[in-house]
Structure formats: C-alpha cells, structure tokens
Design a protein around this ligand. Structure first.
Ligand code: PLP
Length: 385
C-alpha cells in the first residue's frame, strides 16, 4: 500500500464526512433533489457583494505590470499595508505591513503558523466542540491535539484551559464566531484568557466568521485583548469567496518573538507549497477590504429555524454569529437522530463529528424556501417514537 499509514488513519477518522456526502447522493437519487433539504454545507449561499465583483473587473482591466507574477512570499507590500492600517485602527496597536502575511484562506494561515511553531509532540489546545479540520492541521505538523471542553453555553472554560496547559503547549485555537455552535466569545472571557496565556503559548484566533454576526453585536478584538495572539482571517465567508482562497495571518506586534515569527511564517507559507496567496485576489481585497455580504438573510433564516424548532419542542438556542445553529438532538444518540432526519429527507451533521454528541449542526446556507419546506420533517422526526 503506497498511502501513508497516518493518512489512512486520518481518512478513516474523517470518513463520516464522506458517508454523509454519499448518503446525500443516495437520498437525492431516491427522492429527487427538490425533496432533499441539505443543512450540511459550509458554503456561503449568497453571491459576493457587487463591490467585490466591480473591484475584480477594475483589477483585470487595469492589468498592472507584473501583477500576475511571483511576489514576496508574504504578499504584495501595498496590500499588506492596507490590511495593517485597518488592524491598527481596529485594535489601537502599531501594526505594520510586516506583521501581515497574505494567505490561502484561514486554513492556509493556521497551517502556516502551526508549521512555524510546532516541533513534533508539541501540544495545541482546541475547545470542544471544534471545527474538525483543526485536528488534521495540527497533525500536519506532528503536533498533538488537546481538546478541552467548553461550558454549557459553549464558552471557553478558562480554568479547564489553564489546567490543560503543559510545558509542551504551544498554541490555543479560538474560533469566534464559532463553527459549529454560533457563539461569540465576550470580552470578559478573552481578558481572563489573557491572564493565563504565557510565553511560549500563542492564541490563534480563527476569525473567518467575524463579520457574520446577528442583532448588531460586535465581537471583541482578540488582538487587543490577548497580548500573545495572532489572527487567522479569511474573506471566504465575509465576501462569499470561499473558492478563491484569500485571507491573511496577522501577528500581534506585542509578541516579543515577532521578528523571528514573521520570518518563520514567510518561510513556512512558501515551503508548504502555497508560495503566496493568489495575486489577483490580493489586489481585489485591497480595493474593498471591508465589503461584506448582507447578513440579513442569514439572520432571518436563523430566526425562522430557531423559532420553529423551539415551538416544536427542540432545545435550539439562537446563534449569535457564523451561519450555523447547534440544537440539542431530542435523543442522546445524535447519529441515530441524524438517521431519523434522513428518513425525512433532511441532511444534518451530528454533533459528535465536532466532538460533542447529543447535538446537531444545521447550516443556514440552505435556501429559505427549502428551510420552510423542511420544517414538517423536523416535527415528524421529533414525534417519532
Ligand atoms: C472555523 C473555520 N475555520 C477555518 C475555515 C477555513 O476557512 P478558509 O476557507 O478561509 O480557509 C473554516 C471553513 O469552513 C471554518 O469553518
């Protein structure tokens, strides 16, 4: 067998995703695509804002010399300058272009940083439930995943995190607004975390959902509140550009090892084979860095879904951000309940896929009319003896 054992093991652990995908294909074949209600996708439902497409046209039409070639591995300095100015304004910290690396999405940013800081066996704390790809990102660089349970409201339990820190801990990954729970971490929690994060630990704030928040809440600034932090940012969700792979890694100017880290990350971004973030999209986001998709349709679907589920008797807290709801499953065995939903043509992700059984993740990227048509199926699945 030529496939490495590590990859075979990882494929096996990730096989539930493939099984769900296959189940979706089977259901569509049996019932017709119009009778399958897919709540599993993390792909933005909306199109990129007009301003983004207009900026793309301008960049293409301008056709600046050397705009498609290699560049410094960290990205075009002028683009990083635009990002740094915004970060400085938001956080009050002295960000410069050197503290910003343009990356292949948030996934590229996280891998670039982990590669730069992990030696084999070093530990990375993730907060359960968590985005399952983190495990593979950490293992990519021979790190060890240390899951720490969140509290009943899915907020970080700072005492538990402190207890999990060992001499081998190098990073804590935070994700707010959160996939899968939709919670946003408040300022007080980030301040408490700042008290326990000491050299060499770095908080990696994975924030691709930051602009996707409801009820006009504003997520607190991790870079301002946690001294030893870095942000993995992406325009995948903010601008509905997931396939274009554009984001950045911002290293806090307060990290004492900043100069070494900048150099290391520029190098790891290169040797991971990314080389640099896509050139044309760097120019586009620099033209309209704050353009954001309209969150109103997501919020309307959140209200519709959570209200309807609650009226039926589900325990379905409202997410504050991201585009996921994470209700309790009415029976403890979430996988068994997901099967019940499948009998109703509804595809959902079991909470156990994120490390927390007894829940299910429902993505608000589903079209509104499909959401509406799916509701009787949720009711029948709940009433099933
Ligand atoms: C929590 C979280 N982090 C990172 C990513 C990857 O984002 P990107 O497409 O920017 O690499 C995703 C994508 O779904 C995500 O949900």
């Amino acid at each position: 067998m030529s496939v490495a054992r590590t990859i075979q093991d990882q494929l096996e652990r990730a096989s539930w995703i493939r099984r769900m995908f296959e189940e979706g294909i089977r259901l569509r074949r049996e019932r017709g695509a119009e009778n399958v209600f897919d709540f599993t996708l993390g792909n933005p439902e909306v199109e990129p804002p007009e301003a983004v497409i207009a900026a793309l046209r301008r960049v293409v039409d301008e056709n600046r010399p050397h705009s498609h070639g290699y560049m410094p591995n960290a990205g075009f300095p002028a683009v990083r300058q635009v990002v740094a100015r915004r970060l400085a304004a938001r956080t009050g910290l002295g960000f410069t272009a050197d503290d910003v690396l343009m990356t292949v999405g948030a996934a590229g940013a996280i891998n670039t940083l982990l590669k730069a800081i992990l030696d084999p066996g070093d530990e990375v704390i993730v907060l359960n439930p968590y985005f399952p790809e983190y495990r593979f990102y950490i293992e990519n660089h021979a790190g060890r995943v240390v899951p720490v349970e969140t509290d009943d409201g899915f907020q970080p339990d700072v005492a538990r995190i402190a207890a999990a820190i060992t001499p081998r801990t190098r990073a804590i990954i935070l994700n707010s607004p959160n996939n899968p729970t939709g919670v946003v971490y408040p300022e007080a929690v980030l301040r408490e975390l700042n008290e326990i994060v000491r050299d060499p630990v770095i908080v990696i704030a994975d924030e691709p959902y930051r602009p996707l928040v409801f009820d006009a809440i504003e997520p607190p600034e991790t870079l301002r509140l946690i001294e030893r932090s870095a942000v993995a940012w992406s325009w995948s969700k903010a601008m509905a550009l997931a396939g274009e792979r554009i984001g950045y890694l911002a290293l806090s100017p307060r990290l004492h090892e900043l100069a070494a880290l900048r150099g290391a990350c520029t190098f790891t971004n290169r040797i991971l084979g990314y080389i640099n973030a896509p050139a044309i999209w760097q120019w586009v986001v620099a033209e309209v860095p704050d353009a954001t998709v309209d969150v109103a349709p997501y919020q309307a679907k959140r209200d519709l879904l959570c209200d309807a589920l609650a009226a039926m008797g589900y325990h379905a807290p409202r997410p504050q951000g991201s585009f996921y709801c994470f209700p309790h499953t009415p029976i403890d065995d979430d996988v068994a309940f997901i099967r019940r939903l499948q009998q109703e043509g509804i595809l959902a992700v079991p909470g156990s896929g994120f490390g927390r059984g007894g829940y299910m993740r429902l993505s608000l990227t589903i079209a509104r009319q499909d959401l509406e048509r799916s509701l009787p199926g949720f009711e029948r699945a709940l009433r099933q003896p």
